[in-house]
Design a protein around this ligand. Structure first.
Ligand code: NMX
Ligand code: MLT
Length: 389
């Protein structure tokens, strides 16, 4: 950056209606997605950060450097101080209809929390959401699935340790689920500024809506099956496939393609190689659940879906993305209800989006903030148009 006249992207008519694909619209301080090397947080490759303390990763996105031991201890203590959810928010959430998807509950929860708890300060509210999200998601899980009263929060355990404790997943091995969720959290926090949920959240915040309303809108974006809900759909896809025989898996992928359905967990708008976040999770599966049937199926899919997608001339990236195997690992570690997988993505992603909103509102343009989002469009097929062409 530095040369404001530099041409970054030349727009032609072919670029219209492509979802802004490839057009840079802003600068971002938290992360980068390289088409070949994938995600980096503030320059660090994601695979090198996967085993980081989740709180240290949050600190990294908010402060743009890794914390010293003392900084980490202070930051953890600060998150503990911020972690108590207003009981009125929990009462409102648990009265929601079980017919609603957990992501619909999450969007409502953010709006309720905004009504009752917002300070109006983006940084304060962002950190409060990060600290309180584990209790909110646990309340969504327990309230909606009917597992009973919320389990008392013990935030000193650590953000994810406390989350797994409050979830109280029946039949799960807490040690395995904690190991998985710590890595899952770090991998899902941020993915550049152009992914749908982050982009939407920053756009809403650019009109000076508060952090809670902006994150609620973000989560509505994440709810889509082509974005965050692909982790739920991918497990359903593997279940529907129903076999671990490689040739039968390949035949299943071909029939899904022929029917015009998505091959969930594969493809990406930016990446042109296997997502390193998928690679980390395949390795974690070998450690946590090597013999799990569904994990084995995800490994077969890694070979055979790529083979089939490579034959399709329109698919730009045939490789696994972040959602290809996360559901298999969650299932193998005891969290078997796939409907909750996207709120786990949201739990993590709210931290990256909050950090980016703080930057866009309080740091960019010398602290003035990014201007209100207002891209242009071209009117076509408007038969009553009176203006000269
Ligand atoms: N399965 C079926 N069709 C696909 C796939 C796939 N995995 N990937 C791309 N295509 C199609 C795509 O729908 C498009 O078709 P058309 O021209 O008829 O509209 C064509 O191939 C070209 O698409 P691309 O330019 O390669 O991909 P695009 O940037 O449009 O979309 C995804 C990216 C991620 C939406 C797409 O790859 C997809 O639908 N994947 C399956 C869903 C999924 O796993 N989503 C999770 C993404 C990660 N996340 O968590 O957000
Ligand atoms: C994400 O993590 O947000 C997804 O990989 C989608 C994207 O980057 O567009």
């Amino acid at each position: 950056m530095g040369d404001e006249n530099k041409v970054l992207f030349q727009i032609t008519e072919a670029n219209l209606d492509t979802g802004l694909r490839g057009m840079p619209v802003s600068t971002v301080f938290t992360s980068e997605v390289d088409p070949q090397d994938g995600l980096h947080y503030v320059g660090y490759p994601i695979a090198d950060l996967a085993d980081l303390d989740p709180e240290a990763a949050i600190f990294l996105l908010f402060h743009k450097h890794l914390p010293s031991e003392a900084e980490l201890a202070d930051f953890k203590a600060d998150l503990v101080r911020r972690s108590k959810v207003d009981p009125r928010v929990v009462a409102l959430i648990t009265a929601l209809p079980p017919e609603g998807h957990p992501m619909e509950w999450m969007i409502a929860a953010l709006n309720f929390a905004g009504m009752l708890c917002k300070t109006g300060d983006y940084r304060e509210d962002g950190l409060n959401v990060v600290a309180q999200m584990p209790e909110l998601v646990a309340a969504i899980y327990r309230g909606r699935s009917g597992w009973g009263a919320p389990i008392q929060s013990e935030p000193e355990r650590g953000l994810i340790e406390n989350f797994v404790h409050m979830m109280g997943v029946p039949g799960a091995d807490p040690a395995k689920l904690t190991r998985l969720m710590r890595v899952f959290y770090v991998l899902h926090m941020d993915h550049g500024g152009g992914n749908l949920s982050t982009f939407v959240g920053k756009a809403v915040a650019s009109g000076k809506s508060d952090m809670y309303a902006s994150l609620g809108a973000s989560m509505a974006g994440l709810y889509g099956p082509l974005h965050g809900r692909a982790n739920q759909e991918c497990l359903n896809f593997l279940d529907t496939c129903g076999t671990n025989d490689p040739d039968a898996v390949e035949a299943f992928v071909r029939s899904e393609m022929a029917a015009g359905r998505s091959i969930y967990g594969f493809g990406h708008a930016v990446l042109r190689a296997e997502d390193p976040r998928a690679g980390v999770q395949y390795n974690l599966g070998r450690e946590l659940c090597p013999d799990s049937e569904i994990f084995q199926r995800a490994l077969v899919m890694r070979e055979r879906a790529v083979k089939v997608l490579k034959e399709s001339p329109k698919v730009k990236n045939p490789y696994p993305n972040v959602d290809a195997v996360s559901g298999s690992l969650l299932q193998a570690c005891g969290l078997t209800d796939a409907e909750y997988y996207t709120v786990l993505f949201g739990l993590a992603r709210c931290s990256g989006i909050s950090a980016q909103i703080v930057d866009e509102r309080l740091v960019h343009r010398g602290g003035k903030g990014v201007a209100i989002y207002r891209p242009d469009d071209i009117p076509v097929n408007q038969p009553h148009r009176r203006l000269q062409a």
